[in-house]
Design a protein around this ligand. Structure first.
Ligand code: S3P
Length: 441
């Protein structure tokens, strides 16, 4: 991706469907009874990997139109034993949620993924599931994929206390709990995104929420329904920061999900002095809004504590914003960034550092001093969609061009990222890597 200095972003756009909600709509639809109709489904590599796995498990998935799907739930019959390995690609959500679902279905399955996913910690899901009676085995002492799941027809519900806030772990346990005996409860140290809880309730499964504890009782499966997926606030965040820092910009992003467990980026940008207007939209289910953002001078901020899980995927782009803010930005309590699609703490510190940003890596975040003089150059997106998009936003605001390698990873969550920015007036070119070019690798 070649990014040129740009200004004056203008217009009204939509961002693609929310990644977390799209995964859950497909998984709960397949797990439940009856037919589920999904609109606004994110057709990106991650979510398509989920659909592919569900098809291998015998689920009928029909594409009615772009982003519109009909899923026939397997219900009480459960999944078919897959004839092949379930390839979760780059998607942690696919793998972790599926482990929970498959642990409590009487089929044998093997799950794998790409190099990044095979390096990510799975023990955090496997250990608590084993306490419920699950049989799951894997590489590195049963902590890494490839994984083999010897499903059981019924697990024993249990109360879990998670050491780190994780929506994927919480969701895996709750989904296993749907086909377990008794109550499965999960207590987190801070609130993580609650899309699973919201959707289960929407599909008729009672969920008890008490402070930081959520619980389900085994025996009730989701029933079919209609799910409308809002735009992904994590994708919108990149456009929001671009408009905030590029001179003379004024954009509106329509129909964005603003669930409070995901909306930390709004609070962070407001605390940096961003000019943001939120126009809530009527409707049931997940809350949505149109978001307008205009250029304004930004100042440094401090981010840490319970807000972190609500903006964890947005921290790379907040780091980019901090490079253009006056004063210092401190991000702490975000060690989880080290086990995302890549070690995002080191990746961002090194790549922003290459462009001249004054950024210091700490054990659990960064210290970034804004206003350093920056120069263009070549950086690597490290094959991580959020790193690529953060570097793109930063590149647009520099005075000379930036070339980003391994940028094709944007297709994980926002395949039309460059096209959407171009529609708003940014200058970005994408070109395929010529592997014969020694500079290209
Ligand atoms: C996700 C939860 C988050 C987030 C990830 C998607 C989900 O991870 O970083 O991109 O869909 O549940 P945690 O499991 O660490 O909360």
């Amino acid at each position: 991706m070649r990014v040129r200095p740009s200004s004056g972003l203008r217009g009204r756009v939509r961002v693609p469907g929310d990644k977390s909600i799209s995964h859950r709509a497909a998984l709960l639809g397949a797990l439940g009874e009856g037919t589920t109709r999904i609109d606004g489904f994110l057709e990106s590599e991650d979510c398509l990997a989920t659909l592919q796995c569900l098809s291998l498990l015998g689920t009928s998935v029909r594409r009615l139109a772009p982003g519109s799907y009909e899923i026939h739930g397997r219900g009480r019959d459960g999944f078919e034993e897959p004839l092949d390995v379930l390839d979760c690609g780059n998607s942690g959500t696919t793998m972790r949620l599926l482990i929970g679902i498959l642990a409590s279905q009487p089929v044998f399955s093997v799950l794998t993924g790409d190099g990044s996913l095979r390096g990510r910690p799975m023990g955090r899901v496997i250990e608590p599931l084993r306490e419920m009676g699950a049989r799951i085995y894997g590489r590195a002492g049963d902590t890494k994929a490839p994984l083999a799941v010897l499903g059981a027809s019924c697990l024993q519900g249990k109360t879990h206390r998670l050491p780190v806030a994780s929506a994927q772990v919480k969701s895996a346990l709750l989904l296993a709990g749907l086909r377990s005996k008794g109550v499965t409860a999960v207590t987190e140290p801070a609130r993580s995104r609650n899309h699973t809880e919201v959707m289960l309730q929407q599909l008729g499964v009672p969920v008890r929420v008490d402070g930081l504890t959520v619980a389900v009782e085994g025996g009730t499966l989701p029933r079919g329904g209609e799910i409308s997926v809002p735009g992904d606030i994590s994708s919108a965040a990149y456009l929001m920061v671009a408009a905030a820092i590029l001179p003379d910009s004024d954009i509106t992003i329509a129909n964005v999900g603003i669930n409070s467990t995901r909306a930390g980026i709004i609070h962070a940008l407001l605390s940096m002095g961003a000019d943001l207007q939120i126009e809530p939209l009527p409707g049931k289910g997940e809350p949505k809004a149109n978001i307008r953002i205009r250029t304004s001078p930004l100042r440094g901020t401090e981010i840490g504590g319970p807000i972190v899980p609500t903006l964890i995927d947005e921290l790379p782009v907040i780091a980019a914003a901090a490079a253009f803010a006056e004063g210092t930005t401190v991000v702490r309590d975000a060690a989880e960034l080290r086990v995302k699609e890549c070690d995002r703490i080191t990746a961002m510190a090194q790549e922003l550092g290459r462009l001249g940003v004054d950024i210091k890596e700490t054990a659990d975040g960064w210290v970034i001093r804004g206003g350093a003089s920056l120069s263009g150059g070549r950086v690597s997106g490290r094959g991580d969609h959020r790193v690529v998009m953060a570097l793109t936003v930063l590149g647009l605001a520099m005075s000379s061009p930036v070339e980003i390698e391994q940028a094709e990873a944007v297709s994980i969550s926002f395949p039309d990222f460059a096209a959407t920015l171009r529609e708003l007036g940014a200058e970005i070119e994408e070109r395929a890597t010529d592997l014969r070019d020694p500079q290209a690798t």
